[in-house]
Write a protein that binds this ligand. Structure first.
Ligand code: COA
Length: 260
């Protein structure tokens, strides 16, 4: 699968996807969005891929936003279409069924912050910077910033970031719950991979169930979400992995999950 704006590598169950436009701080133009869409389809369907690491090329940026050159020339109908295409891609990433860790190596602004928020877990380098600066350009977020940010950090903190367009450092992003952990720059990829591997050691169907339940449950009433959780609990009880996991505990050995 040849890409012009992405680097893709698959080793030992982990797909490493790198947005690769370092001269434009990895800004998301239409080609990047289309190529990310293609790679997400592969992630969804390729059984050799168990988890995903997503990062940006170079030392300066994860993704510095949607491509401002493209946005500057858009009208109402292509603006809406651009937002829908980016939203669709990020929603497919969020629902790909496999854990996705964002390794945020620098600026994660606008669409970059939105892309990181569509990943399941965010690990930030000490040098990472976050923000939704769209209002400074006279436009609003288009890839889910007004939707995922308040769900992650709460309404007040989200509105402060969205309305001021201010940038925050990794420490502040961690303090408000936007990132899961902060590591020194040279530890970003190894630590992100260690975290992903600790997830992949668990029962894959159980991991997938957690992803689906949190994704669906957040938009349900408490009672409906609890009912859905109970249904998955029952379903997982029909798996060989559940028998293996519980037996391995009783035998005091490491479980050998098969994803069935
Ligand atoms: N879209 C298109 N190009 C972008 C970009 C974006 N979102 N962000 C950075 N670039 C380009 C710059 O135009 C510049 O290209 P050039 O060398 O051809 O002139 C290159 O990337 C380097 O960026 P530069 O601004 O020179 O780096 P800096 O260190 O001075 O500033 C930022 C870094 C991130 C603070 C600054 O680039 C910035 O504010 N970017 C836009 C962030 C944004 O508003 N994102 C939301 C978009 S909706």
């Amino acid at each position: 699968m040849p890409f012009t704006t992405l680097l893709f590598d698959l080793a030992d169950g982990i797909a490493r996807v790198t947005v690769n436009r370092p001269d434009k701080l990895n800004a998301l133009n239409e080609i990047v969005i289309g190529e990310l869409d293609g790679v997400i389809e592969r992630i969804r369907t390729d059984t050799a891929i168990q988890g995903v690491l997503l990062t940006g090329a170079g030392t300066k940026a994860f993704v510095a936003g949607a491509d401002i050159g493209e946005i500057g020339g858009q009208g109402p109908s292509d603006g809406r279409a651009r937002a829908l295409a980016g939203q669709r891609m990020m929603r497919r990433l969020e629902q790909c069924g496999k854990p996705v860790v964002a390794a945020v190596n620098g600026f994660a602004l606008g669409g970059g912050c939105e892309l990181a928020m569509a990943c399941h877990i965010r690990v930030a380098s000490e040098s990472a910077r976050f923000g939704q600066p769209e209002v400074k350009l006279g436009i609003g977020p288009g890839y889910g910033g007004t939707v995922r940010l308040p769900r992650l950090v709460g309404r007040g903190r989200a509105l402060e970031l969205l309305l001021t367009g201010a940038m925050i450092d990794a420490q502040e992003a961690w303090r408000i719950g936007l990132v899961n952990r902060i590591v020194p720059p040279d530890q970003l990829l190894p630590e992100s991979e260690r975290l992903l591997r600790s997830i992949l050691e668990n029962g894959p169907l159980a991991v997938r169930a957690c992803l689906e339940l949190v994704d669906a449950g957040l938009d349900m009433s408490l009672d409906d979400a609890l009912r859905l959780e109970a249904a998955y609990f029952g379903l997982l009880s029909a798996t060989a992995d559940m028998r293996e996991g519980t037996q391995a505990f009783l035998d005091k050995r490491k479980a050998a999950f098969k994803g069935s």
